[in-house]
Design a protein around this ligand. Sequence first.
Ligand SMILES: [Ca+2]
Ligand SMILES: [Ca+2]
Length: 196
Amino acid sequence: MTDKSGYAAPLFFIFLAFTISLTSGYIYENQLHNVTQTIKNSRLYVDSFDATSTQWLTAGTAPYLDAQDEPNNYVYTVVGGAGSKDGDLMGDFGFEDHDATGTINSVTLRVYGRADPSKPLQRYFSVWLWDGNSWNEVMNFRGEGSWTWKEVDVTQYLNTWNKINQAKIRLQTEVIGVTGGGHACDAAVLVIDYTL
Ligand SMILES: [Ca+2]
Ligand SMILES: [Ca+2]
């Protein structure tokens, strides 16, 4: 009975060590939890033009769509002239790469362009996206006579970092029963929303 006090100090330190261990474990879990909830947003601008298709005209220097800077660097078609036939293509335009870390939440393609507004249902242009396997028509400029930013959710096509880093777009003249052309495109960017 009288020796019991001799165990008090060691027992206390064992208890203390256990408590510290639990506390630091809790803090570590909290820090981990906070890190996993960091949502980030990256913009990947066009950084290449490989001239696979050159049926549209160009102004300025390649890759033309890397910045919103018309009338300096952009691509365009002329009504009844260059790039005015149905299916005339311009591309391909690649995008900046991104570190392949984090969970992809969404990917949005934004394109800055304008179209001939006179016959939007017959004379317009489409934007096609390469997903690493095939081309997909993801956007149309129809009747936007003034320069306009349009955007579309392309997460279903670019759902891995590999696909995002290989992504490219091309522009295609669309004509139904009339003379085509009269369109222009100045910039394109992929907006990546992801979690680290
Ligand atoms: Ca790339
Ligand atoms: Ca430009």
